[in-house]
Design a protein around this ligand. Sequence first.
Ligand code: B3K
Ligand code: ZN
Length: 877
Amino acid sequence: MKTDTPITIRRADYAPPAYLVDTVDLAFDLDPAATIVRAKLALRRNPKAAQDAPLRLDGEGLVLREARLDGAVLPPERLQLGADGSLAIADPPSAGLLETMVRIAPEANTALSGLYTSGGNFYTQCEAEGFRRITFFPDRPDVMSRYTVTITADRTLCPVMLSNGNPHGSGHAEGNRHWVRWVDPHPKPSYLFALVAGDLIDVHDHFTTRSGKLVSLNIWVRRGDEPRCAHAMDSLKRSMAWDEEVFGLEYDLDIFNIAAVSDFNMGAMENKGLNVFNTKYVLASPESATDGDWQGIETVIAHEYFHNWTGNRVTCRDWFQLSLKEGLTVFRDQEFSADMGSRAVKRIRDVRGLRAAQFPEDAGPMAHPVRPDSYIEIDNFYTPTVYQKGAEVVRLIHTRIGPAAFRKGMDLYIARNDNQAVTIEDFVSAMQDASGINLDGFMGWYDQAGTPEVTAEDHYDSATRRFTLTLRQRTPPTAGQLEKKPLPIPVAMGLLGPDGTELPMRLEGENTTQSGTRTILLEGAEQSFTFVDVPAPPLPSLLRGFSAPVKLKGVPRDRLRFLAVHDSDPFVRWESGQQYAASVMLEMIAAQQRGEALGFDEALAEAVTNTLAMAETDPAFAAEALVLPGEGFLADQMEVADPVGIHLVRRHLRAEIGRRCGAVLRANYDALTDTGPYRIDGRSIGRRALRNACLAYLATAGDTLLAKAQFDGASNMTDSLAALSLLADTMGEARESALAAFHARWRGDDLVLDKWFSIQAMAAREDVIEQVRALYAHTDFDLRNPNRARSLIGAFASGNPAHFHDASGEGYRFLADAVIALDPINGSIAARLIGPLGQWRRQSETRGALMRRELQRILDIPNLSKGTFEKASKALH
Ligand code: B3K
Ligand code: ZN
């Protein structure tokens, strides 16, 4: 919606809906240019609302053809169309059947919200507020209704017509048309409505639930894509089995449909019984998909499936509660993936992701609590904070009360709230009641923005054998929230003896001794924990498994080195290695700024050699340990970021390690070469990741030939892309011929072509901005396709900090130009791309001024979408 005076919606202003809608009967007459939507809403006044509240239905861009109340045509004087597109009915009855007929134009819908066309087929996206672009309706999640949907369309254009629920009849219609009917027995909010129609083909399978119900499973794709659906189908069946086994939750319809579409604003959508997916999270073959894509499919399929209970059966009262379904469902998909592969590696990856996206958000102008207090455009709040930090908060509760009580809490949460739209308090109180543990303090995690910083101090008294650990916490102020209170922080920990073995632990006042990992709870700003009978001076291993989303600061380097080698907790081993490397790198960056020569810390080379020596047991873990801390992670630890300096130091170090450890890296690279058939199990994925980590060092040290040989001989996308991205950083002919060969081979495959764009956008070359501008003008570039837009614009702005922050300001200008061009087409994607410009406070004054100038240039555009307006204005102020 375009508006000059965007309205801020506040959580404190929540009021129950004036009217409820018990049943919805929708009839679609599909046509790309002019689709007719007839809706029959059985309305009644909500007993919980004021009995004189007006009857107002949301609408956006709808052409109203007719409205009837209880069969009688409503005269124009009783219909009030609002400037925002809504419809109010004067003198509303306390109950009645409202029938509307509207016209919409799916083929003109470039925002991809509501009903739109892609490749000649019809798809919908209704979360959060897209249903109002289909028909007039109280488009808010606390209005839950039972839907019947009849779709009529041309038989040739739309042989397949799908909606939510179970199929309920079909037949011939006039001309070459036909109809189908779908009935969804479960009440649902409008954001879960879906319709898919077109020339699609299905990959079919089935699943028998543990109570013996046979469920038909179908993945609907374009003709020719069927052979690439096997992994998605397999992931779906494993998700269904896992949710039964771990949470006792069974699927509740006869049929589960997934439709894949290449024009889609995000990853996927959990519509009841009819998930709609970005093709990126469905289609995979070894030749065309990387191991990362493979894992992404498993995760997203699981995530959307798990929403069936956490989101659909129990939904959100209002959009401020978004993390109620998203944080909980991310937690569930993380647990699923951990059970499917290596728990430790999954945790490391999730923490890496949290630090790369959520920590900067929490430290920047868009910082907001997991449960925000206000928004202008809710689409802007599908953020790493709501999703990833939200999942961490659920994990905190899981850690605090333990897995058995957590499971009881989930049972209680669902039993109490099934078929209702509820709040985060309802979730936390179910966990509290099931566990008997007071969780009041944990609400602070939902309501306070910012990442707590934790420091530790300790003292061992050999005479009394007492060890005192003092923990302190502090959360820096965030925009609009200057005062911060201490939060409950579960700290999973162990004590290591001088030889690295675990020491038994007994807190003062306790009768029994515990060994292994235990969790202590830091609740105040400062708290001391005294351990008694400690036989030797211990070294504490803190925040095992990353038991809380905090920054643990100030662990001395000698301790980090010790923990990286000896700790029993794989997360702390990895983390200590990363923190050690980060601290060395930050020192190098400072030296570089002073114009001093860059030294080299031998311990880093030693760590690489040690990691490789033990790689055989867990190659995936070794690969994680081998990769140096990312540029964003380093920037996040500097008062004033130095993106170019960070990049130069990281490359310098990579090259230096590649040279010094060349022999051992090469030996491992060769030993990890798999000659057998391509396999996608955890071990094979780990071996490829480790081999490519070795290659990255060797190629950065100058061995372009090895990268070229790998590219030429690669039999799978993981190896091909790893080599190509290293070649893309170079200047020679090898680069040009590899990129050309890749383009020639894959130009017909959108998902792979996206990778071709991204690799060039993220390359470490001086001329990258010119290249990015040229790619923007490339015939294969299409701003309307969200995947393609992200693959170039997003990859450059978020994935290439050294060049995005080029001192000329050209990187900022490119991003602003792209946002301005995209906003009228798809405001939601445009708004999401703005993020990197919001980091200006962390940059030097000169860079900051250039960034602000571009934000202002965006804000000066008339008729900006409200999402882009909100993002740009918050980023600027
Ligand atoms: N619930 C959707 C996200 C909808 C985003 C709307 N702008 C996908 C998911 O989180 O499962
Ligand atoms: Zn979700």
